[in-house]
Design a protein around this ligand. Sequence first.
Ligand code: BG6
Length: 499
Amino acid sequence: MEIAAQYSDDRSAPPSTLVIFGASGDLTRRKLIPAVANLARHGRLPKEFALVGVARTPMNDDEFQASILGGNGLGDLQQLAGGGLRYVSGGYDDPETYKSLATLLDELDHQRGTRGNHLFYLSTPPQAFSPIINGLAGAGLNRPRAEEGFARLVIEKPYGSDLASARQLDATVHTAFEEQQVFRIDHYLGKDTVQNVLALRFANSIFQPIWDRSWVDSVQITVAETLGVGTRGSFYETAGAMRDIVQNHVLQVLALALMEPPASFGAEALRNEKVKLLQAIRLPTDRDVADVAVRGQYTRGGTREELMPGYREEPGVDPLSRTETYAALRLDVDNWRWAGVPFYVRTGKRLPARVTEVALQFQRPPHLPIPGNQLTELEADALILRIQPNEGISLRFGAKVPGHSFRVRTASMEFSYDQTFREESPEAYERLILDALLGDATLFIRTDEVEQCWRIVDPIIEHWANDTSPIPTYEAASWGPTDADRLIGRHGRTWRTPN
Ligand code: BG6
């Protein structure tokens, strides 16, 4: 593949040190290190770049390198040869850890020319966020060390577990860092196809007039996974589908799909519009929750050849767990553009397909001048944005069937990312790490956005926590509990079966 064509713009990181807390963790190994390696391979990192891992596990630099790269040597990360890949071990609440880190960063700034530019990436369990922020501040690392330098903080999800805890975390963050220094990650925003929602809507004029209540009948957003919780059972027990996917990924995609056109794609303009949209989402009263929200938990299922365990049988999961692995909601947006249009969102683990999509279904024509018996399989027009996999867009409409009579059937026009561009998209984390190194916060979550997202999911999570009735179930590899069909069926609609 032609890397030059793939990365023909000139965005590359400034001299800097990336410090990863939680360096011996799963996310670091699976996502962050490969993302940094890709940035290096694509020529996005300067030679004045260093990577420092921080974690509790005692290791030296060589052992750290072996742990993240296997026995393969530096490979794409040759930039880090000669002392650019370092490790600091220590407790997150031990001031000594941060003293050692500060000394190491000074050394790197002088020896490698990283110029006092420091990006701290918190990829630890959330309990460690506050101690790390306090530790960084205690060692003065929350402020740029050089006149021109920067100190930035990237924070992984989950950002709090409800509105109150998110506010508490924010208070700690803001004791040490200005909001402009803070980059809250939602890796969905790093996906090219999520950003393409913006391109489709705002780089074209033809979609703008139909993007509202006069044309759109309803919208369905699906984030379906085939995997179960795997080895993350004990974490997932504290999260569930609402906190793990709806509060962040689903609401982010929804906000981009429904917000008003921003004046620019600058970080503040774009995030202002997202916040306004999120503010317009109606909150259900406790009594209404049952009408607008459905949860479910997967049970054993699949085929004889591939039998999948139920959620309660997964490692780390309480055998009587009431954690939801599926959630479906109807959301209403109380603004001029969307009043009266229902937004159906659903997400789940162990569903039959891995698919993330946004489907706008348009109104039926007001009058059909064609007799009913000449309509074969005519579905409502729809525009489907496929976020993953088979990234692309489908436009579904009715077309005349070839022949001597006038019959109409559903057809579609397809746009495929792969076939059109023949270029590989950067991984979400690759894009986001580069943006943070460049100080571009457009694709990160602002503090008021986090609050809005919790405001929306909190009442539902709370209602479920107080509901003692048995949690609805669905068999692994099925499309969720039957309650979800009733939720959408109440107004005569059905869930799409993504293909
Ligand atoms: C993460 C969730 O944020 O997103 C996981 O914690 C989920 O549970 C993952 O599997 C899905 O991401 P992607 O990029 O595979 O759709």
